[in-house]
Design a protein around this ligand. Structure first.
Ligand code: F6P
Length: 323
């Protein structure tokens, strides 16, 4: 293998740049030519593929976003789109691929590998932390710290005005961010897609304590009861007490940006290096993750289909600590 390429795809995550840097420099260290593909699979189809020298990744280890840009490609979901992408890789002589992203990215990579046989290794880049085969995903630690900073500030104003705040965090299909922020932010309750929390339970929680004058409820955007605004409205109507003041804050994309934490830089660099060395050692169709501080390669099939369950002890802990 002489030429490999790297791309970032799906929602960006802080630490993706550190991962790109590790892929480029590990590749160069091993005598490879490393190409950067712009805009994920879309750029692959369009041939936006450029050789990256070592200096191309200077001064990016600390930056959020992704210098290679990202996209959720519709065309790559079609056979014609993937055929065009393959032809572009062939044209550039690329024999291996590193795809940094989440489960959508790996689903695309798996189909592409099965159709065209270009060895591909993934790096887990998503703030959601919902990928099987790695303890943490790149960007998760930064996202929860960003959200916690916001929650701490909201608690100040909630306490000053004796208010009840519903704070919505990201996590379309997964409650990892909500759980971690709920615990760290001292939330009264956390609502996540993985567990059923009824509106009655929310009302009960908010009305049971005589001493609490303000409360924070953290809601994952994918919760089955709706988004934070919808849940707040229903709870407010049920409690029906004009002396209680309800507010909603949606943290949104603030959670996706910012300088990666030390943990995310470390994870991203290790996964990037492991992906390149995996390719050189004949690995393919799998993701390089870290489990118990060791590099582990997990098949794309398992990453996509297996569930990484929330830690039930943490959910219990939130319940205990919020009495
Ligand atoms: O998968 C990462 C994520 O940030 C989710 O938590 C969120 O639901 C989604 O991406 C938002 O995607 P977009 O930026 O495309 O709206």
């Amino acid at each position: 293998m002489k030429k490999i390429a790297v791309l970032t795809s799906g929602g960006d995550a802080p630490g993706m740049n550190a991962c790109i840097r590790a892929v480029v420099r590990t590749g160069i260290y091993h005598g490879l030519e490393v190409y950067g593909i712009m805009y994920g699979y879309d750029g692959m189809i369009k041939g936006e593929i450029n050789l990256m020298e070592s200096h191309a990744v200077s001064n990016i280890v600390q930056r959020g976003g992704t210098i290679l840009k990202s996209a959720r490609s519709v065309d790559f979901r079609t056979k014609e789109g993937r055929q065009k992408a393959y032809e572009q890789l062939k044209k550039h002589g690329i024999e291996g691929l590193v795809a940094i992203g989440g489960d959508g990215t790996f689903t695309g990579a798996k189909v592409f590998y099965e159709e065209f046989g270009i060895p591909t290794i993934g790096c887990p880049g998503t703030i959601d932390n919902d990928i099987y085969g790695t303890d943490f995903t790149i960007g998760f630690d930064t996202a929860i710290n960003t959200a916690l900073e916001a929650i701490d500030k909201i608690r100040d104003t909630a306490a000053a005005h004796d208010r009840i705040f519903f704070i919505e965090v990201m996590g379309r299909d997964s409650g990892y961010i909500a759980v971690e922020c709920g615990l760290g932010g001292g939330a009264e309750l956390v609502m996540v897609p993985e567990t059923q929390t009824t509106l009655n339970e929310v009302v009960q929680k908010l009305t049971s304590s005589k001493s609490k004058t303000s409360s924070v409820i953290v809601v994952a955007e994918g919760d089955e009861e709706g988004n934070a605004a919808e849940i707040m409205e229903k709870v407010k109507n049920t409690i029906n007490d004009d002396s209680k003041d309800f507010k909603v804050t949606t943290l949104g994309h603030i959670q996706r940006g910012g300088n990666p934490t030390g943990k995310d830089r470390m994870l991203a660099s290790r996964c990037g290096m492991a992906a390149v060395e995996g390719l050189l050692n004949g690995q393919a169709n799998c993701m390089a993750g870290i489990i118990h501080d060791e590099v582990v390669y997990t098949s794309f099939e398992d990453c996509i289909t297996k569930n990484k369950p929330l830690n039930r002890d943490t959910l219990k802990l939130i319940e205990i600590l919020s009495i």
